[in-house]
Design a protein around this ligand. Structure first.
Ligand code: SAH
Length: 251
């Protein structure tokens, strides 16, 4: 009986995996991976058997129950099975089902965290998700319910929506209905962490403008404090300084 290591591959480029993730991957006999994973990651485990169990959003190409069963069956036949997931395994990654299936079969597991898409988006745009005084909380939310309805709320200063890429115009309307004001800043980042990542800035009222730019790409939508541009301090002009170089009024 083998063990299963869940590894967060990060949001894109292969070098965004953690050092621990890469070293566990190197020990794998079999790797079950998702469609969003960078093929360059294969270099870490060239002799392992790689099995694509990928699915994107709600367009399942492999049903979750089949993945659960495949994990159990593979772990019974091999010493080290890696379950490689995009971003972080604990964020919208169906980790609960897979851990439960393995626990039920008495198979030992380990989880190695990864960089989730929201963090890669914040890094890409250089817009911190928390801000002193005005951005004190972050919510990672899915915009999709199980019934594939779009849903938006307002539960944190910075709210990051996953899985809304195809419905940005409708998301704008839902955000207004949830109490965000028309001029609330919104940052949209698609394929964050990839060489072809794209980002655009909007307001809640004009979010529909983002639809064409990010169409067909994995996208996160950052709403609120964390989406706002940096507050640059006004430069102190020479005539505003006293002779010691101290700005007037700050002595
Ligand atoms: N476990 C993943 C999320 C999987 S759900 C993570 O932690 O990032 C799939 C959703 O994640 C996509 O619909 C999209 O909203 C988001 N996503 C995944 N990769 C992304 C990327 N590189 N850039 C922007 N959004 C991404």
């Amino acid at each position: 009986m083998g063990r299963v290591v869940f590894i967060g591959a990060g949001p894109g480029a292969a070098d965004l995996i953690t050092v621990r993730g890469a070293s566990r991957l190197a020990a794998a006999d079999v790797v079950l991976y998702d469609a969003l994973t960078d093929p360059a990651l294969r270099a870490h485990a060239p002799r392992a058997e790689w099995i694509d169990v990928g699915k994107r959003g709600f367009c399942h190409s492999t049903h979750q129950a089949e993945i659960d069963a495949l994990l159990v069956e593979t772990a019974r036949r091999h010493a080290v099975v890696v379950r490689l997931k995009g971003g972080d395994p604990s964020v919208f990654g169906r980790l609960e089902e897979e851990l439960a299936a393995l626990a039920q079969a008495g198979i030992e597991c380990e989880v190695v965290p990864g960089v989730t898409a929201a963090l890669a988006a914040a890094a890409a745009a250089q817009r911190p998700l928390t801000r002193r005084a005005r951005g004190r909380s972050i919510a990672l939310s899915t915009a999709m319910t199980r019934e594939r309805r779009l849903e938006a709320g307002r539960s944190a200063d910075t709210q990051v929506y996953y899985m809304a890429g195809r419905q940005l115009a409708e998301l704008g309307a839902r955000l207004l209905a949830a109490g965000w004001t028309q001029d609330t800043p919104v940052l949209v980042v698609s394929r964050a962490g990839w060489p072809d990542e794209a980002q655009s800035s909007h307001a809640v009222a004009t979010l529909a403008e983002a639809a064409a730019r990010h169409a067909g790409r994995p996208t996160v939508v950052v709403v609120g404090a964390g989406a706002s541009p940096l507050a640059l301090a006004a430069p102190t002009l020479p005539h505003e300084q006293d002779q010691a170089g101290t700005p007037k009024g700050e002595a």
